[in-house]
Design a protein around this ligand. Structure first.
Ligand code: SF4
Ligand code: SF4
Length: 314
């Protein structure tokens, strides 16, 4: 483990930002491309938007086609991607997305090209409940783990990629024997999960949450929501076109439209039910992990104050 003064840590980040496609929180809102370290925001618990669009863009061209041929459009990755400032919940969400997209050419290419630098939380928001999933906000699975002590930063490589990065750029800095301060973070609310009890969510009357607007903000902002639609956009001459994928949301009415123009989840509360059951029952079945990491983003963004923890406690 290395211990760097803040100014040296910023030089380290600056070097990374010069040589790579470097992303970090630019404000409390999101992860953005960083060219100057002054643009990095250190004062956040979690960003409003997760980092998911770096691997899974809101809209992307998958292929181009013409009368004669089809060409797969692969992501153009000239430099390494480095994401700094991921929280433990963000890292678990990326692990889940890795399972979901394990056979996806576009996601995999971006993900394989990326180095993840996580940073320990020093405080929680009222909406945070990652500990309910056994996630430790002070210790996450990144290539390099950073603990912010204000005027100094501990750097702990956790993978060979992280070790390489540190050995290359910080070889003159000796390892430290000092340990980061122990902090116990408080969570306003915890959810106690019992897998059998969770099955009861299927019987829950979601009409109790009629106020849901089905606006889709929760799915947009959720780090594990990954549904997309595939659209063909054809040129006016009808000879060429592109196939795109764009984010979709189970909160949209048309999401469950099937042949015969039948809409399976016509009611907004049926769509909310789908969102909740998917996160807490179906995900586990398909990917071996619940689809929620307790980041609390959906709680903060919901315009009518729907709190997923309250649904789970019913
Ligand atoms: S739960 Fe809230 S954020 Fe999600 S769709 Fe309903 S109103 Fe929108
Ligand atoms: S469901 Fe809500 S709390 Fe859970 S991961 Fe998604 S945004 Fe975060």
């Amino acid at each position: 483990m290395k211990l760097l003064k803040k100014k040296d840590f910023l030089v380290f980040l600056e070097t990374l930002a010069k040589k790579n496609d470097f992303y970090a929180p630019t404000s409390k809102k999101e992860f953005g491309r960083i060219r100057k370290v002054d643009d990095i925001c250190f004062d956040y618990t979690k960003t409003e938007m997760p980092a998911k669009s770096i691997f899974f863009p809101r809209e992307e061209i998958m292929m181009r086609f013409s009368e004669k041929k089809i060409r797969i459009v692969k992501p153009r990755l000239k430099r390494k991607t480095i994401i700094f400032g991921l929280r433990s919940c963000d890292l678990v969400a990326i692990e889940i997305m890795d399972r979901i997209f394990e056979n996806d050419l576009w996601y995999k290419a971006r993900r394989k090209n990326a180095i993840l630098i996580g940073m320990a939380c020093n405080k929680t928001d009222d909406s945070c409940f990652c500990a309910s999933f056994g996630i430790n906000p002070r210790n996450g699975d990144a290539d390099l783990w950073v603990i912010n002590e204000g005027e100094s930063f501990f750097l702990q490589p956790k993978t060979s990629v992280g070790r390489k990065l540190v050995n290359k750029l910080l070889k003159n800095i000796p390892n430290t024997r000092k340990k980061p301060k122990k902090r116990r973070l408080k969570f306003k609310k915890k959810v106690l999960f019992n897998k059998k009890e969770l099955q009861k969510l299927k019987e829950l009357n979601f009409d109790n949450w009629k106020e849901c607007l089905a606006c889709g903000s929760c799915t947009t902002i959720c780090p594990t929501c990954h549904c997309f639609d595939v659209v063909d956009v054809v040129e006016q001459d009808l000879k060429r076109g592109v196939r795109k994928r764009v984010w979709a949301s189970c909160m949209e009415r048309d999401f469950s439209r099937i042949a015969g123009d039948l809409i399976l989840r016509n009611k907004r509360t049926d769509r909310l039910r789908q969102f909740v059951l998917d996160k807490f029952i179906y995900f586990e079945h398909h990917y071996g992990h619940m689809g929620c990491v307790g980041c609390g983003r959906c709680i903060e963004t919901c315009p009518v104050g729907i709190d997923i923890r309250k649904i789970l406690s019913k």
